[in-house]
Design a protein around this ligand. Structure first.
Ligand code: ADP
Ligand code: ZN
Length: 607
């Protein structure tokens, strides 16, 4: 036994990763792998899956093979491991012949502990057999849901992994995924022929994420206003269409935000370039379709905005899950409008396969419910994954009272009256014009400027009236008649509101939507940084080092490590090692950059 085998996983956690304790389930998974068992693990994004296979990889005497689907990500993962002093490398189609030969000779010399391979590489004829040349001790399958047709990202190349078991009957296999469904779990275990596997299903609760839903009335300025309160932080804005993606990025740039766009219409090179700019903090915001993000390694994404309604809760969860992977508080904003429901319904109606159509409808209904009922958002998400949760999470708009209700009966009656007096024959914009008293040709032609309701809502702006109409639609007091040019019609319940037999409340947040409420902003954007000025200086040191080494900044240190440095303010190596994410290798490599910066800062601020 060499010395590394004698060290246990706990001390590796500290000396190599720089962490004091395991996250939930990590230790159990590592122990099971070390004892030679097959393992199935479902753990949310940011739960710390990589450490679960890297620590056994370090301990096993021989080679650990990690199968990972994304070539773009692989280099990042390997760079990150190397930074910690782990002997890791990768094989995929991005390498030149010469580089590949070089890696093989390192493998033959037994110099590599952890080898990352793409599934398509493994599927090449004779490749699996070739692995017999090396002392393979363990296979880890990352993003294992790619095996399952039920998963959201099926990849045919993954099916080839079914051959691992036959070829290596006695080598343990561990599968990892952030997908929670039981169907996917069953598929993975069956296809990989896992034998009596140790199964771990972690909680999917992402405590560090704050969920908030706003009515969408002016998306571009709502998105900008949210971002503007988070200057210098990294965030993702999801939009449904490529056109909206480009328009939103352009708008943000005009407003002075360093934003870039990303969608499947860009060339592969452009996409890689834009993702890289985001990765290295050259731009703060990436506006994207859902083509962006699967497996993104960047740990310091501080917020995710959905400018349009996502297709399902699963999608929403995976997309928002990209924020806060370092465990620091992060925010998720969803802009909700009834118009989006209609758009999605339109697309769903084009689907030919009846089963798929049904599923899409069901998904849509659930996300609508999620966004409109007054129930803890976290509770609803977890229940979607069949996980019980008490609610009252204290970290969503519902639980934080952002959705406190305000009586808006009178204004609702003004709108309903306008709808009734115009014979339920007009759409949203026209009704707003009537209530607001717009002097348009169309209104004059129809004599609607003579109505009692004309201009009755002049005292408030159009945005307000749009918000009231959106609320009336989402509470089903009115609906848009899709058969007849989307004219607004009143439901039976809506008539009760009109005649004062039924209450009408809107959220406090809608009521405040056009007043600037800074207090509210502070409440939902918890202060992340102990010393903002020092944090900025440490970030500069990090950026420079990252630039010199040609790796993304978060690979040098996570935001969390920098935040801790501002709080602990370490004075020597020993204290520096107490910072989360500082292991021996990083102390050696970077202590001499960060420690003096902290000291200088403290001296400067002492007098
Ligand atoms: P996943 O692959 O599950 O999405 P990662 O393995 O990338 O998550 O881990 C997310 C982040 O959490 C990484 O920055 C990782 O270093 C950190 N992390 C993992 N385990 C721990 C731990 N026990 N203590 C503190 N941080 C951890
Ligand atoms: Zn809640």
């Amino acid at each position: 036994m060499n010395s590394i085998e004698q060290t246990n996983s706990k001390s590796i956690l500290k000396s190599i990763f720089g962490y004091d304790s395991f996250r939930p389930n990590q230790e159990e998974v590592i122990d099971a792998i070390l004892s030679g068992k097959d393992v199935f693990t479902s753990m949310p994004t940011g739960g710390g899956k990589s450490l679960c296979y890297q620590i056994p990889g370090i301990i096993f005497e021989g080679l650990t093979v990690v199968i990972s689907p994304l070539i773009a990500l692989m280099k990042d993962q390997v760079d990150e491991a190397i930074e910690k002093g782990i002997s890791a490398t990768f094989l995929n189609s991005s390498l030149s012949r010469k580089e590949t030969v070089e890696i093989y000779s390192r493998l033959y010399r037994g110099e590599v502990k952890i080898l990352y391979i793409s599934p398509e590489r493994l599927a090449i004829d004779g490749y699996i057999e070739k692995l017999h040349d090396f002392k393979v001790k363990f296979f880890a399958i990352d993003e294992a849901h790619c095996l399952s047709e039920w998963g959201h990202d099926f990849r045919p190349d993954y099916l080839f992994l079914a051959q691992l078991r036959n070829n290596f009957p006695s080598v343990p296999i561990a599968a990892f995924t952030a997908t929670a469904t039981k169907q996917v779990q069953k598929d993975i275990i069956r296809i990989l022929s896992l034998e009596n596997p140790f199964i771990v299903r972690a909680s999917f609760n992402r405590k560090e994420l704050y969920y908030k839903i706003e009515n969408k009335n002016d998306p571009l300025s709502q998105i900008y206003s949210f971002i503007n309160k988070r200057k210098g932080e990294s965030g993702v804005v999801y939009r449904t269409s490529r056109k909206e993606v480009e328009r939103t990025a352009e708008y943000l740039r005009q407003m002075g935000v360093r934003a870039i766009h990303y969608h499947a219409g860009l060339s592969k090179i452009e996409r890689a370039k834009n993702q890289e700019l985001f990765n290295i903090d050259e731009v703060n915001v990436i506006v994207a379709t859902i083509a962006f993000g699967m497996g993104i390694n960047k740990s310091n994404i501080r917020y995710v905005i959905h400018g349009d309604l996502p297709k399902s809760i699963e999608g929403y969860y995976q997309e928002t899950g990209r924020a806060g992977r370092d465990g620091l508080d992060s925010s998720c904003l969803l802009l909700f409008s009834s118009g989006d429901i209609m758009k999605q319904n339109y697309f769903i109606n084009q689907i030919e396969n009846p089963k798929e159509k049904e599923r899409s409808k069901e998904n849509l209904n659930r996300i609508i419910r999620f966004a409109t009922v007054n129930v803890c958002r976290r509770k609803q998400i977890l229940e979607y994954f069949n996980e019980e949760f008490h609610g009252n999470c204290g970290n969503c708009d519902v639980c934080n009272d952002d959705t406190k209700k305000v009586d808006a009966l009178i204004d609702a009656q003004k709108v309903l009256s306008a709808i009734a007096r115009t014979n339920q024959s007009f759409g949203i914009n026209y009704i707003i014009d009537v209530v607001w008293g717009a002097n348009t040709e169309k209104i004059r032609q129809r004599n609607h400027d003579k109505l009692k309701t004309f201009g009755i809502g002049k005292d408030k702006d159009k945005k307000w009236w749009r918000a009231i109409i959106n609320e009336l639609i989402s509470q089903e007091f009115i609906y848009q008649d899709t058969e007849r040019f989307n004219v607004l019609r009143m439901s039976e319940e809506g008539k009760n509101v009109l005649f004062g037999k039924q209450n009408f409340f809107i959220s406090k947040q809608t009521a405040l939507s056009d007043k600037k409420s800074t207090a509210k902003v502070k409440a939902d954007h918890k202060s992340l940084v102990v010393n903002e000025d020092l944090f900025i200086e440490l970030k500069e040191v990090r950026t420079k080092l990252a630039h010199d080494k040609n790796v993304p900044p978060y690979i040098i240190f996570s935001d969390k490590s920098l935040v801790e440095m501002t709080a602990i303010q370490p004075k020597n190596d020993e204290e520096f090692l107490t910072v989360s994410g500082v292991g021996e290798k990083k102390l050696e490599a970077y202590g001499s950059y960060f420690l003096p910066t902290i000291q200088k800062f403290l001296q400067k601020n002492a007098d």
